[in-house]
Design a protein around this ligand. Structure first.
Ligand code: CP
Length: 336
């Protein structure tokens, strides 16, 4: 039997995603479930987290399992991912051993590994999580690399709770927002994937063409709308993008052509602070919902008034991380 991982939602059929969301909704109604009884998950964090760590640890506990948190390079040995390298630098052990040893201890391995932000042609290969998937003999879960599939499911669950199960044709704006630092494109890639997968009328709003997402994800989104009956539009015009929107999802990200030379990107980013989500922009929407994956810098990415308004469902989305991840863990641990 082929081992099933949860690396990207694109590997899962729409029926399978619906199944995960139904199971997540059941977990939200009732905590009952012992699907991880006697089982364990290793959570490897190469980058910081609040929601992901808390919700995975708690979810494993609620399912009767045990979570072991490791921060390679901090409280665990630094790991080498290059093949055939002479390991005479900082790394102490190779992924070939790490993934196989952990697989003898635990039933699931979850990994958070952000891009290095120096060379997108390297970062887009997503080497860390693929190396875990290649060497592990247990299922591997993506806790955010260059996509964030757990966030996708939590997001779509929150949208369904507020707009109904059928999201087809709903106008969805994924808007770039200012942040003082160039951030990961993962959540933006993921928002594009999941909103197009569920047939929404998606507008990607960003300052200019340099802020378009990687062609791989733009192409997936085009394929998704062809299958789901949705739409995909790119816009650099704030007013027309917001007008009539049912959903505004905000995220900041670094422009891909500037990876490794961020000083050159800074002037463009600094000139785009007006992309902040505020009351005036939300007033253009169709009483639209607002969300963000969190963490969010208030009055930089979105105003206090937007964050504190009834339209903001970011807390619901954050809660749903717990439920969808329980569904993912229960499903993957039940293989074989
Ligand atoms: N949204 C999200 O993944 O939050 P953390 O970075 O706190 O885990």
């Amino acid at each position: 039997m082929t081992l099933r991982h949860f690396l990207t939602t694109q590997d899962w059929s729409r029926a399978e995603l619906d199944g995960l969301l139904e199971q997540a909704a059941a977990f939200k109604r009732s905590r009952a479930g012992r699907q991880l009884e006697g089982k364990a998950i290793a959570l490897l964090f190469f980058n910081p987290s609040m929601r992901t760590r808390t919700s995975f640890e708690l979810g494993a506990h609620q399912l009767g399992g045990k979570a072991i948190v490791l921060a390679p390079g901090k409280d665990a040995w630094p790991i080498e991912f290059e093949v055939g390298t002479v390991m005479d630098g900082e790394t102490e052990e190779h992924i070939a051993e790490v993934a196989r040893v952990l697989s003898r201890y635990v039933d699931l391995i979850a990994v958070r590994a952000f891009p290095k932000f120096q060379d997108w042609s390297v970062d887009r290969e997503d080497r860390v999580i693929h190396a875990f998937a290649r060497h592990a003999t247990v299922p591997v879960i993506n806790m955010e690399t260059i996509t964030h599939p757990c966030q996708e499911l939590a997001h779509i669950q929150a949208l369904r709770e507020h707009l109904g199960a059928d999201l087809t044709g709903r106008k969805y704006v994924l808007t770039w927002t200012y942040h003082p630092k160039p951030l990961n494109t993962a959540v933006a890639n993921s928002a594009l994937l999941i909103a197009t997968r569920f047939g929404m009328d998606v507008t990607l709003l960003c300052p200019d063409e340099d802020y378009l997402l990687d062609p791989r994800y733009m192409d997936f989104a085009r394929q998704n709308v062809a299958e789901s009956g949705g739409r995909l539009t790119v816009s650099h015009d704030i007013e027309s993008a917001y007008r009539g929107a049912d959903v505004v999802y905000a995220k900041s990200w670094g422009a891909l052509p500037y990876f490794g030379r961020w000083d050159a990107e800074r002037p463009v980013r600094e000139a785009s602070k007006h992309f902040i989500v505020d009351e005036a922009k939300m007033a253009l929407t169709n009483n639209g919902l607002f969300s963000h994956c969190l963490p969010l810098r208030r009055n930089v990415k979105a105003t206090d008034a937007v964050m504190d308004s009834p339209a903001c469902i970011a807390i619901d989305e954050a809660e749903n991380r717990l439920h969808v991840q329980k569904a993912i863990m229960a499903t993957l641990a039940g293989q074989g």
